[in-house]
Design a binder for this molecule. Structure first.
Ligand SMILES: C[S@@+](CC[C@H](N)C(=O)[O-])C[C@H]1O[C@@H](n2cnc3c(N)ncnc32)[C@H](O)[C@@H]1O
Length: 232
């Protein structure tokens, strides 16, 4: 993937549910579904990720996100932690951060339930890299400026939000070598959640030792995938 992006390489566009997303013009790929950025993030990562993580009365979760991008998944997770009083330690990896001016055009604080979150959203984008920051009483956050393939975690995770570009754009984020790493980064019983439901991808997950579950997708997408590292 090209590393010479400029602010002209990105543009904000409106998706069908009224929420904004970003297109990487060089790659021709979008950060969310054109059917709705908000509804996709909420359905995939919050409803089928975060909420299952807390289902068994867990007091706190360690989450790893692959691709910080617009910051929407992080913001929705923060909002959910605050409203449910659930604690999360959130690590997110990003190699190609978007320019600050672009983040300011996303207007996610105008989405339902997020009107108090403009400042927090700015902090998510502007805080120091590679350092935990306490965003709220319930949400500790660290952005790591790194290529997914060069990352070595210093802790394990309960959930991985796998939100890389699609396999046809970014094959290395979905191949067996990388998914084996994801498996090793999860706690026993932890899981990876993603919008992708391709047959090849699910076969690779199984080959890496994951127990794979196919779930109903958000509007505009038939299915999504959740994959568990089996408990001992
Ligand atoms: C589909 S976008 C999703 C981003 C984000 N979760 C969101 O809600 O906006 C994928 C993200 O992965 C990032 N990315 C692409 N290749 C990467 C790599 N090799 N290492 C780290 N991040 C990468 C992109 O810059 C982009 O921000």
């Amino acid at each position: 993937m090209s590393q010479n992006y400029t602010s002209e390489s990105f543009q904000v566009f409106k998706t069908k549910d009224g929420s904004n997303s970003i297109q990487n013009i060089v790659l021709g790929d979008t950060y969310h579904s054109v059917h709705g950025a908000f509804q996709e993030s909420q359905h995939v990562f919050i409803e089928n990720g975060l909420k299952l993580g807390f289902y068994n009365n867990k007091k706190s979760l360690n989450i790893l996100e692959l691709g910080f991008g617009s910051g929407l998944n992080a913001l929705l997770t923060l909002n959910n932690c605050d409203s449910q009083m659930h604690a999360v330690r959130y690590v997110t990896l990003e190699k190609f951060p978007i320019p600050k001016e672009l983040a300011n055009k996303l207007d996610y604080h105008l989405l339902s339930g997020l009107n108090n979150y403009l400042e927090d959203f700015q902090v998510l984008h502007e805080c120091e890299w590679n350092k935990f920051v306490l965003i709220s009483k319930f949400f500790e956050f660290k952005k790591v400026l790194i290529d997914f393939n060069e990352y070595t975690p210093d802790s394990t995770f309960d959930i991985i939000y796998h939100d890389a570009f699609a396999p046809q754009t970014h094959e290395e984020a979905w191949n067996e070598e990388f998914l084996r790493k994801c498996h090793s980064w999860l706690n026993q019983g932890g899981f990876l959640i993603t919008y992708c439901a391709k047959g090849d991808f699910k076969r690779t997950l199984k080959a890496c030792g994951f127990e794979v579950e196919t779930l109903k997708g958000p509007i505009g997408k038939r299915e999504i995938t959740r994959a568990f590292r089996q408990p001992l």
